[in-house]
Write a protein that binds this ligand. Structure first.
Ligand SMILES: Cc1cc2nc3c(=O)[nH]c(=O)nc-3n(C[C@H](O)[C@H](O)[C@H](O)COP(=O)(O)OP(=O)(O)OC[C@H]3O[C@@H](n4cnc5c(N)ncnc54)[C@H](O)[C@@H]3O)c2cc1C
Length: 242
């Protein structure tokens, strides 16, 4: 893996929008104009003041046309000082960010194998970065995203994900809702881990699986892959948010 040393940088909020009723996307750029180097899947530590330091996965792939920028996606946690500050933050606000950090990245050798990405909520952030990067290659092995949300309005970047599914025959989008209105929603329901038995065997070869989200889900997915689906644990890569 290419190592990029973490640095303390000042970044400014340049763009923000709500992706769902509880998730805000925030785009930051460096204030000195220098590139912010990172690998898809890595995270930054934001120093939000008052001793509040919080980690956020970068939700965008490195982009040569805007190397000084990165996007985050932040879930509003009730009573949570970090996420509340980020949801209230005004454009133009400057914060200190240390990064890039983390080993949740795709090694070059893994890119020859099919990939299954499993995420819930803002656990989609680093998976989106990985997929944005992967789908820049015209050809390659199959890529499947299994994304779990509560309801349809909680599906993040839906247009973008559905656009990928329409444009890239090797990309498959599998959405599952844990609190679906089944009168309207005819897709998958329930937790992500319950769909692995059906999805994994449809993938050729020995896929690599990338899992991100809250710890309980990550543990359940890892357990299912190891104990029930007998996937080599060297093929399972994960990031936990709590
Ligand atoms: C490597 C890493 C990457 C992370 N990336 C992201 C990210 O991309 N987006 C993001 O929203 N958070 C992310 N987090 C979590 C983030 O660092 C904070 O913990 C979160 O914003 C809550 O902080 P707070 O101060 O608002 O709440 P706190 O008062 O610190 O409350 C923490 C509580 O919030 C819950 N929580 C933490 N993250 C989430 C979440 N995403 N959704 C629902 N509940 C949560 C935890 O279970 C915990 O009980 C990441 C954490 C790590 C370790």
């Amino acid at each position: 893996m290419r190592r990029i040393p973490a640095e303390l940088r000042t970044v400014e909020l340049t763009d923000a929008r709500m992706l769902s009723p509880t998730v805000r996307e925030l785009v930051f750029r460096t204030t000195d104009g220098r590139a912010f180097d990172f690998l898809a899947g890595q995270w930054v530590k934001l120093h939000l003041g008052g001793g509040i330091d919080r980690d956020y996965s970068i939700a965008s792939a490195p982009d040569a046309s805007a190397p000084d920028r990165f996007a985050l996606a932040v879930t509003l946690v009730e009573g949570g000082p970090g996420s509340e500050r980020l949801h209230a933050m005004e454009l133009g606000t400057r914060v200190d960010a240390r990064g890039p950090n983390g080993l949740f990245v795709r090694e070059d050798a893994e890119r020859d194998a099919p990939a299954l990405y499993v995420g819930t909520g803002t656990g989609l952030a680093p998976l989106r970065a990985m997929l944005q990067e992967e789908l820049r290659r015209e050809d390659g092995p199959p890529q499947v995203l299994l994304f779990g949300s509560r309801t349809e309005e909680d599906i993040l970047w839906r247009e973008e994900l559905e656009g990928w599914a329409a444009r890239h025959p090797r990309f498959r989008l599998e959405l599952t809702l844990s609190r679906a209105d089944t009168r309207i929603w005819k897709g998958r329901c329930g937790w992500v881990q319950h769909h692995l038995h059906e999805l994994l065997p449809t993938m050729p070869g020995a896929p690599h699986v990338y899992v991100c989200g809250l710890s309980k889900m990550v543990s359940e997915v890892r357990r299912t892959l190891k104990d029930e689906l007998r996937l080599d644990r060297r093929h399972v890569h994960s990031e936990r948010y709590d």
